[in-house]
Design a protein around this ligand. Structure first.
Ligand SMILES: [Zn+2]
Length: 492
C-alpha cells in the first residue's frame, strides 16, 4: 500500500429543473436544438436591464439542503463574481459568496458521512462551440450559444472527506438519485446537467494534519470518468512525490480517449473575482418559513427506501438497488405488491413473499426489456398495477407457462389489456392435462429418435432438448414440468 493518503473534495454543479431561467422569463430547456433561441436582453446582459429572482429555483436549492441535512440560512444574498470569458455576457456571474442558502450537511455513502461545506444558487454561463474540422492552430473563430446563459445552477461543495475514486463516484451517483427523487434536476452527467470537479491532494499517511498540494480536475462527463480520473491522479501524484517530491498546483482536464489527466493551467496566481453584493437584487429573507413549508414535501429518500425495502420485501440487495434507482419503478413495484393482496385472496394463494419476488423479477427483467425496446419509461407504462398483480398470480398458479407469460406481458404492455382477456383471446392457457400432452410427447419422441437414443445412453442434455421440442410443438402452451415427467416415464 502507498505511503500517501488521498484527500478528495468535490464541487458539483446541477442544472435546476425550472420552467424559466434564473433571472428572466426565458424558457429553461435542456438540450434545445438551435442556438440562441431562449434569450432576452436580461440574460444577454444588456445595459439597463434588471434581473428578478426565480422563486422556484430558490425553493429547489432549499429542498436539496433539507434533504442533505444542511442548515438553511436565515437570510442569504446574491453577489457578483467578476471575470471575463466570451460565454459570460455580463462580464460577471450572479452567484452567492459569503451568505449561501445552505451550510453544512452530509451525505451517507456506505455508512460513512461525507460532510458538505455549502450549497448555493447561481446562474449558468453560455456555451462556446468550436467548429469541427479546424485544428486549434488554424481555427479562426468560435461560436457562442446563450441558450444556457442564466439557467439556474445549484453548486454543492463537499469537505475533503472522500478518499478514493470509487467513493467519489458513489457520492455523485447517490446525489444524482436524490436530486431525481426530489425532482430538482435531471442531473444527467453525459448531458452536462450535472458537472463534477474534483480537488485532490495526497498527504503522507502518518501526518494526519498536513495537507499536500491541491490539483483540480475538470470536465468529467460521467461517473466512470470521475472514478478513473481520481485513480489516475492518485497514481500520478504519488509517483511525483516519490521521485521529485513535488506536485504542481494546477487545473487539469480529463482526456477520455487516453484515460489520462492533462495540465490545463497553473494556479500560481489565484484568480481574484472581486466579489461584491449584487445591487439589483434584494436579499433573500423568510427562508426559515419557506424551509418549514418545503420540509413537508420531501419524499422518502433513496437510502431510507432501500433500508425499508430490505426490511419489508426481503429481496436481494442488488434487486433493491435497481428497483429504487428509479423512483417511478419503486412506486410501481409497491402498487403492484399492494394489489397482490386482493388476488391472493381471490385465488387463495398463501405465500406472498414468493409472489413479491416474482413481481420484482418480472419488473426488472421482462418489463425492463419491453421498456427499453420501446424506448419508454415506467411513467408511460399502460399496465395497471392491478393487472400486473393478476398476471403474477397467473404465473404462480401455472395458468400460463413462462414463455406464454412473455407474450401476455407484451400484449398488456402495448394495449393495456388485462391478462385474463389476453390469455383467452390468444388461447395461451397452459396445458397441463396428461392425456393431451402425452399425444404431443409421443409425436416428438417419434420424430427425434437420435435424441431418444442419446438420452438412453446417459446424455442428460438430450432430455432438455426433447422438452424444448415439445414446448415448441405445443406453441409454448405445454406445462414444461408435466412434459418432463411424461418424457421420463416414456423413455424409462
Ligand atoms: Zn432571458
Amino acid at each position: 500500500m502507498s505511503n500517501y493518503q488521498p484527500v478528495i473534495g468535490l464541487e458539483i454543479h446541477s442544472e435546476l429543473k425550472t420552467q424559466s431561467k434564473m433571472f428572466c422569463d426565458c424558457l429553461n430547456q435542456s438540450g434545445i436544438k438551435g442556438p440562441n433561441v431562449n434569450i432576452c436582453p436580461i440574460c444577454l446582459g444588456h445595459p439597463g436591464t434588471l434581473p428578478a429572482i426565480n422563486r422556484t429555483a430558490v425553493e429547489l436549492v432549499v429542498k436539496a439542503g433539507l434533504a442533505l441535512n444542511c442548515a438553511i440560512a436565515k437570510s442569504a444574498k446574491f453577489d457578483r463574481k467578476n471575470y471575463f470569458y466570451p460565454d459570460l455576457p455580463k462580464g460577471y456571474q450572479i452567484s452567492q459568496y459569503n451568505l449561501p442558502l445552505a451550510l453544512g450537511g452530509w451525505l451517507d455513502i456506505n455508512g460513512k458521512k461525507i460532510r458538505l461545506t455549502r450549497i448555493h444558487l447561481e446562474e449558468d454561463a453560455g456555451k462556446l462551440i468550436h467548429p469541427k474540422g479546424t485544428s486549434p492552430k488554424n481555427a479562426r473563430h468560435s461560436l457562442v450559444d446563450f441558450n444556457r446563459a442564466g439557467v439556474p445552477l445549484m453548486e454543492l461543495v463537499t469537505e475533503p472527506d472522500i478518499s478514493s475514486g470509487e467513493e467519489a463516484g458513489k457520492f455523485c451517483e447517490e446525489l444524482q438519485l436524490i436530486l431525481r427523487y426530489l425532482e430538482i434536476s435531471e442531473a444527467n452527467m453525459e448531458k452536462g446537467q450535472m458537472r463534477c470537479e474534483v480537488n485532490i491532494s495526497l498527504r503522507p499517511a502518518e501526518e494526519k494534519k498536513k495537507l499536500g498540494t491541491k490539483v483540480e480536475i475538470k470536465n468529467l462527463n460521467s461517473f466512470r470518468a470521475v472514478r478513473r480520473a481520481i485513480e489516475y491522479e492518485i497514481k500520478r501524484q504519488s509517483d511525483l512525490l516519490e521521485s521529485v517530491h513535488k506536485v504542481v498546483h494546477e487545473t487539469r482536464g480529463w482526456d477520455e480517449d487516453k484515460q489520462k489527466t492533462f495540465s490545463q493551467r497553473s494556479k500560481e496566481q489565484a484568480q481574484d473575482y472581486r466579489y461584491f453584493p449584487e445591487p439589483d437584487l434584494p436579499p433573500l429573507g423568510n427562508l426559515v418559513e419557506m424551509s418549514g413549508e418545503l420540509a413537508k414535501e420531501i419524499p422518502e429518500l433513496p437510502l431510507a427506501k432501500r433500508e425499508r425495502f430490505v426490511e419489508e420485501y426481503k429481496l436481494p440487495v442488488n434487486d433493491i438497488a435497481t428497483l429504487t434507482a428509479n423512483k417511478g419503478l419503486a412506486d410501481y413495484f409497491e402498487q403492484v405488491v399492494s394489489e397482490l393482496d386482493t388476488w391472493l385472496k381471490i385465488k387463495s394463494i398463501k405465500d406472498k413473499d414468493k409472489l413479491v419476488k416474482l413481481t420484482a423479477n418480472y419488473l426488472l427483467t421482462e418489463l425492463q426489456k419491453l421498456m427499453l425496446s420501446r424506448k419508454t419509461g415506467i411513467n408511460k407504462c399502460q399496465i395497471s398495477p392491478e393487472n400486473f398483480a393478476e398476471f403474477i398470480t397467473m404465473i404462480e398458479r401455472k395458468e400460463i407457462s413462462s414463455s406464454a407469460a412473455q407474450a401476455v406481458l407484451k400484449e398488456m404492455f402495448d394495449t393495456g389489456a388485462d391478462p385474463s382477456h389476453v390469455v383467452e383471446e390468444k388461447q395461451l392457457t397452459q396445458v397441463s392435462g396428461r392425456d393431451e400432452l402425452s399425444k404431443i410427447v409421443k409425436r416428438v419422441v417419434g420424430e427425434n429418435q437420435k435424441s431418444v437414443n442419446d438420452y438412453k445412453a446417459g446424455k442428460g442434455n438430450a432430455l432438455q432438448y426433447l422438452v424444448g421440442q415439445t414446448m415448441k410443438a405445443s406453441q409454448g402452451k405445454a406445462n414444461p414440468e408435466v412434459v418432463r415427467e411424461i418424457l421420463m416415464e416414456m423413455l424409462r
